[in-house]
Design a protein around this ligand. Structure first.
Ligand code: SF4
Length: 325
């Protein structure tokens, strides 16, 4: 049975999985330990060329799940590539373009403003600034404040602070430097945490856990086969939604992206019933543990399969070795 993958109407491009931090909530297991590959210019051009005309604009400028964003990893680690990506996308008329950053690079006003202005002049519409206890562990808050202040000057209303509640909380605390994670634990109740990617491994102790059969009978059809908010990584993997470590195929050829489920047993299982994935894992020696969510069960079985078997839909393999970073 073949399934046609719908054309994306919004999404993000991971320029690399390389990041300056290893956030405990990262869905894509990014960290400084990754090899550090960046998307090739030819691939970027081909991908953006195909997205042109498909990506729909956000009615109010930029929005988290609208338009197209450049992310990582931390895209400002390779500013020249980011600038090139923005230029190409803008020239192609892709709407609601923004970049996502952890602000590590905002060391002084002059440098920060210059980079933001270069991006704006190249066609960037706005910026998403990550503010949460995981970033605050590694990035001095004064850099985040600087980025917000100067971004508002340059991009006006097209500045998303995600999550705004942490910005106000950290300001109220008078935070300037980094914040130890232990001190931030009480504030975690405000965090919008998706219990997937690295969360089960780094924050699992904060959640109630369940046996595998609590998630049997559920499928991921809505998460895997959808047009809104997909991601494409630097290896050209077409990532469904936020499901790091899964590829639906080569994003350089969107029109011919089809899933032959007989050739993709993991995707077939996920589209049918999580129980089938669990059973597949057991055939390869997977041993049950307890789980905070269906995505925890999924990523844990997939990690075992990625390490012990050969499934084309589990890409990039390096993702599975950075879940504990
Ligand atoms: S269970 Fe797996 S495939 Fe389904 S949404 Fe979670 S990570 Fe994605």
């Amino acid at each position: 049975m073949q399934i046609q993958i719908p054309s994306p109407i919004s999404g993000g491009i991971l320029l690399s999985y390389k990041c300056t931090t290893s956030c405990k909530h990262c869905m894509y297991a990014c960290s400084r330990k990754w090899k550090g590959d960046w998307i090739k210019k030819d691939d970027l051009e081909r991908i953006l060329d195909q997205l042109a005309g498909k990506i729909e604009p956000c009615a109010w400028g930029i929005g988290i799940n609208y338009g197209l964003h450049f992310t990582g990893g931390e895209p400002f680690m390779n500013f020249r590539l980011l600038l090139k990506a923005v230029k190409i996308a803008s020239e192609l008329g892709i709407p609601s373009l923004f970049v996502e950053t952890n602000c590590f690079w905002c060391r002084n006003d002059e440098f920060t403003e210059r980079r933001l202005r270069e991006l704006k002049d190249s066609g960037l519409d706005g910026i998403l600034i990550s503010v949460n206890p995981f970033i605050a562990e590694n990035v001095p808050f004064e850099r985040t404040e600087r980025c917000i202040r100067l971004s508002r000057k340059i991009f006006g209303a097209n500045v998303i602070i995600y999550q705004e509640i942490f910005y106000h909380l950290f300001k109220k605390m008078g935070l300037k430097d980094t914040l130890s994670f232990e001190k931030a634990i009480p504030a975690l109740r405000y965090a919008e945490l998706l219990p997937m990617g690295r969360v089960p491994y780094k924050l699992g102790h904060l959640f109630r856990k369940y046996a595998a059969n609590a998630f049997f009978g559920q499928s991921c059809r809505n998460e895997l086969i959808r047009s809104w908010h997909i991601h494409i990584d630097n290896y050209c993997n077409f990532i469904p939604g936020y499901c790091g470590g899964i590829t639906l195929g080569d994003a350089r050829d969107l029109e011919s992206l089809k899933l032959d489920l007989e050739e993709r047993p993991i995707l077939k299982a996920l589209l049918t019933d999580l129980k089938q994935l669990f059973e597949l894992g057991k055939k390869f020696g997977y041993v049950e543990r307890d789980y905070i969510s269906k995505c925890h069960l999924c990523v844990d079985v997939r990690r075992h399969l990625a390490m012990n078997a050969d499934f084309d839909e589990l890409q990039p393999l390096e993702f599975y070795s950075h879940l504990d970073d």
